[in-house]
Design a protein around this ligand. Sequence first.
Ligand SMILES: [Zn+2]
Length: 170
Amino acid sequence: MKQLGKYDIDLQQVEGSLVSLEFDLDDCFFGGLQDAEIEHGKLKAWVQMSNLGERYEAAMTVKGSVQVPCDRCLELMTIPVEAEQKLVFKLGEAYEELSDELIVIDEESRTVHLDWYLYEMIALSLPMRRVHDEGECNPEMEQYLSGSPIEEETTDPRWEMLKQIKDNNN
Ligand SMILES: [Zn+2]
């Protein structure tokens, strides 16, 4: 008997029947993934696996929220997530992602690891720019960011020269 992880599904179970799965995706879920940029969240996931001839289809839905660092102040901010995706799996000699939606599963293992697909679905649904609403950033960090280092950079040295010339002329 092979060992199945919490988010794994043996395609043999799906043959000729519809399998409905429900998962709670929390910090444990994110922490268990390697290379996951998102570390915190609280979501529900629903997966319906069905068998269509030689293909297996997974209809996946996630709903909830994740916490990611704000691009401006680096404090965690909550972003609501709601996403749906369909994936198609077929059996073959070795694992291969033929496209974003069509994946070959090695026929010896027949196992689909749903965790990474669920994670990718969540990650792709997030906006590129993640910042708090105006006034909601960490005030200390905001003060630091608007302090002298940035102002110095925005002062063009040519203006300084012009100012000196003007001063000398007076
Ligand atoms: Zn912020």
